[in-house]
Structure formats: structure tokens, C-alpha cells
Design a protein. Structure first.
Length: 204
């Protein structure tokens, strides 16, 4: 899938505006330049960054609406996936995005992008060191499912949704977790990788 094909999907399927695509292009340029010095993303994915990272993140709009007044927390945001992509798309001042990242280098990068692209999101330290108030938790390449659920149980005392981008072992991970009665889940297919899955947990 070429960058232009990804942009077409973003625009036609997920309703990204032209100005959003311009910001994404700036973001990719800064990311790839930064990646020469810092390991923000795998070198093996630099040539497929639009599909592997941006579209992979943007597909979460199948399950998230930024029109609602909610708080979204991205656990282990890294170089900004998926939370920063959601922030680029978001036009609702009452939909708040918060990126949690333990690496000081990556936090500095996220703050740089926020300033360069005039975006609105918060950058905070690792979830274990932060107070968390979120209606939606998203996660990609962060921790194992049981660890994310433990954080959810310990830190969020209100109904919320957890959306996790996972590989082919998603069902196995779910099977190995003991879910409380207030947790329900479903597994959706990824549009970027036939083996990958998206776990969606609703916590009441």
C-alpha cells in the first residue's frame, strides 16, 4: 500500500480533511528525520510508515467518535501511535487526548510535534506515575493485556472502554486473562494486517 493509497483511505473512509493530511505529511517528515538519531520506530518500518503506523492508528476511528465530549488516554504512546493521529483528526475542543510515555526522549518528541503542528493534547509520564482520568484507553505495543487491565482496575473508577491493537495471539491473550463481571470484550480484525486483531473491552 503506497502513501498515496493510504491517504486516499484516510480521506474517503475515515474523513480526514486535506489539512489533516498536510499535518500528517509534516509529522512523517519530522519523525523520519528524528529517527536517524533516536529509535522512535523500527528502521524496518520507515518505508511503510503510512500503512504500518498511521493507517494502523487511524483505523481506530471505526470504534471511536471524537464528536463526543470524552477523555482519551494513549498508554505507551511512543512516537504518537495511535494517540497523536487521533489528535490530528480531532476538531472537538471537548474531546481531550492525553499521551502517556515513560521515555523522556519520546515525550520531548511528542511535545515538539505538538508545537510544530499546533496540536492539542497533553503529554504525561508513564501511566504508573500518573493520575488517570479517561473514558477511552487506547494502546499499541505497550504492555501485555493483563497488565493493561490491571492498570484499568486500579486507576479508573468509572465506566470506560479499552481498545488495544494486538497481533495474531489476541484471542489467546484474552483466554489467559481472568475478566471481572463488569468487563466484556469483542475482537475485531485489523485492516492493515490480516493476522492482527483489535481487542475492545467495555468496562461498566
Amino acid at each position: 500500500m503506497t502513501p498515496e493509497e493510504v491517504k486516499s483511505v484516510l480521506k474517503n473512509q475515515f474523513k480526514f480533511k486535506d489539512q489533516d493530511l498536510v499535518k500528517l505529511e509534516h509529522f512523517v517528515n519530522i519523525l523520519l528525520n528524528y529517527n536517524k538519531k533516536y529509535n522512535l520506530i523500527s528502521k524496518n518500518t520507515e518505508l511503510i510508515v503510512w500503512k504500518r503506523h498511521i493507517l494502523d492508528s487511524a483505523q481506530l476511528f471505526r470504534f471511536i467518535s471524537t464528536k463526543k465530549n470524552l477523555i482519551l488516554g494513549d498508554f505507551g504512546s511512543g512516537a504518537g501511535f495511535p494517540g497523536l493521529i487521533i489528535a490530528i483528526y480531532n476538531k472537538n475542543k471537548n474531546f481531550h487526548v492525553k499521551l502517556y510515555e515513560k521515555s523522556p526522549v519520546k515525550r520531548d518528541f511528542l511535545k515538539l510535534i505538538r508545537k510544530k503542528l499546533n496540536l492539542s493534547y497533553e503529554v504525561d509520564k508513564n501511566v504508573n506515575e500518573s493520575k488517570i482520568d479517561a473514558d477511552i484507553i487506547v494502546s499499541r505495543a505497550f504492555k501485555k493485556l493483563n497488565e493493561i487491565i490491571n492498570i484499568s482496575r486500579e486507576k479508573l473508577n468509572k465506566p470506560h472502554k479499552i481498545i488495544i491493537l494486538k497481533g495474531k495471539n489476541a484471542q489467546e491473550e484474552i483466554n489467559n486473562v481472568s475478566l471481572a463481571e463488569n468487563y466484556s470484550y469483542k475482537i475485531e480484525k485489523s485492516i492493515t494486517d490480516s493476522d492482527s486483531k483489535i481487542i475492545i473491552l467495555d468496562v461498566k
